[in-house]
Design a protein around this ligand. Structure first.
Ligand code: SAH
Length: 460
């Protein structure tokens, strides 16, 4: 097993860095499992240390658990009995001592516990994780006709060579708080964001190996949220050997994935369906793709017959891979331009140069990881959307996204409406977009719906 601690690694390109911190090369973030809160930290009181370990809630604070929200905030905790260590599974009880859930304890986090199970008769052991992981994989195979996981194939007879990437486990929304697993062909990338999942890390890797039979399981436990959880950052091979070249095929397009140094787990699987939509609307259009990373939307637009595609990102590494991806797919280089730039600055330059486009994509990094950043993030979204509207020709299309947990869908729409108003354009929403079906949202965990997008058509 080769592991490297983060401090020994050269800082690599982060993904979706915060707009407030323009030093985005030193930041890393991940999307869904790390939705943290702005609730003040208050260390739960130590209760009877000789008693059976348990989390006892304040009176009336059981409500969110009864609604099956899987987090116990520190402010809801009356006391912790016993002397549990972070990562231990404890019963959570209401103020009358009634059982509510089995949850993983973390003394270092504002989220004191994350629920594994609501059933008192359930034992949280390796078999429990095998059942949960198998059920998450079964759901993907059921939902994706072309899915292929560890020899199991989707039933729809789809062509498995058209899509080789998928999120297999989507943390809280797959009832596995803090655990993300992405599949890129024969390679799995695992990201752990909670003390509970950390405790079961080896067992989880064994189960993934057994059920999916990958050539490699790589760990990318390096999201910023780990610091909030009191966990050290860690990356490295967990099982097997990391192939030199990893690629993912998405709707027949091939993308290089750098699972060790790339952003997130290497690729933004969540935008798969939205990229495909862009392809269908690109024909004959001049396209501007802002925050392009390794060229996802750009390649789809080119394949869809775009007249030209100008792509911008702040990461030279990402742009380098993007150019390779273009060649890898035999797409026409003469229609593609790449620019290493800060989008906030570059959009102003394009405006000052009097440039205009028929289709603009804005898929920025996470400006607001938590509600505390909402106001600042709103200014960032307003700014780029306003500039986007100004650069659009009459009848043009704006694909605009937010992956910020701290910005609700409703607020995002309001911000975009404000931007259109200030830009002096009338626009209609023609699509409401979200992450794909391999990123489900647990009904009782709305925080899972981090990615929202709008496609707008400005008046002709
Ligand atoms: N649309 C991409 C994913 C975008 S992720 C896809 O489909 O794969 C967000 C990207 O924004 C990252 O590649 C990051 O390098 C880039 N980025 C972050 N801050 C930036 C800034 N101020 N200007 C330009 N790019 C930025």
């Amino acid at each position: 097993m080769t592991e490297k601690t983060k401090s020994k690694r050269a800082p690599s390109t982060p993904h979706r860095a915060s707009q407030g911190n323009r030093d985005f090369r030193k930041r890393r973030e991940s999307r869904p499992s790390d939705v943290s809160t702005s609730q003040p930290r208050s260390a739960p009181l130590t209760g009877n240390t000789a008693a059976q370990p348990a989390i006892l809630l304040n009176a009336g604070r059981e409500k969110s658990l009864l609604r099956r929200h899987p987090w116990v905030f520190s402010g809801a905790v009356e006391r912790i009995d016993g002397a549990p260590a972070s990562g231990d599974t404890l019963p959570v009880r209401d103020s009358d001592g009634k059982f509510l859930a089995w949850a993983a304890y973390n003394s270092a986090s504002q989220i004191t516990a994350r629920v594994w199970s609501w059933r008192e008769d359930e034992t949280i052991d390796a078999d429990f994780f095998r059942r949960k992981i198998a059920s998450a994989i079964a759901a993907r195979i059921h939902l994706f006709p072309s899915a292929s996981v560890g020899g199991a194939r989707g039933e729809g007879g789809g062509n498995a060579t058209q899509n080789t990437g998928m999120r297999l486990i989507h943390a809280e929304s797959d009832n596995l708080p803090g655990l993300i697993v992405d599949q890129y062909g024969e390679v799995l990338v695992m990201q752990i964001g909670s003390a509970g999942a950390e405790r079961w890390r080896d067992a989880i890797a064994d189960i993934l190996q057994e059920l999916c039979n990958p050539s490699c399981i790589y760990e990318r436990s390096d999201s910023d949220s780990r610091t909030l959880e009191g966990l050290e950052l860690r990356c490295g091979v967990l099982r097997g050997t990391l192939p030199e070249n990893i690629e993912v095929i998405e709707h027949g397009l091939r993308f290089k994935v750098d699972v060790a140094e790339g952003q997130k787990t290497g690729f933004y699987l969540d935008q798969r369906d939205n990229r495909a939509l862009t392809e269908t609307l690109s024909s004959g259009r001049d396209v501007l793709n802002c925050f392009c990373y390794t060229g996802g939307f750009s390649l789809y637009a080119l394949r869809g017959g775009a007249k030209s595609v100008l792509s911008m990102d702040a990461s030279a590494d990402a742009l380098h891979i993007a150019a390779q991806n273009l060649t890898r797919n035999g797409l026409d280089e003469s229609r593609a331009g790449w620019q290493e730039a800060d989008v906030f600055v570059a959009l102003r330059k394009l405006r000052d140069q009097g440039r205009s486009f028929d289709l603009i994509i804005l898929d920025p990094p996470k400006f607001a990881p938590t509600a505390a950043f909402t106001e600042k993030a709103a200014r960032g979204y307003k700014d780029i959307n306003l500039l986007g509207f100004k650069l659009l020709r009459p009848g043009g299309l704006l694909f605009t996204y937010s992956c910020s947990g701290g910005i609700s869908e409703e607020l995002f729409q309001k911000i975009v409406a404000g931007a259109a108003l200030d830009a002096g354009v009338d626009a209609q929403i023609i699509h409401y977009l979200h992450a794909g079906a391999d990123h489900p949202v647990l009904l009782s965990f709305p925080e899972g719906a981090y990615l929202k997008g709008l496609v707008l058509r400005v008046a002709g």
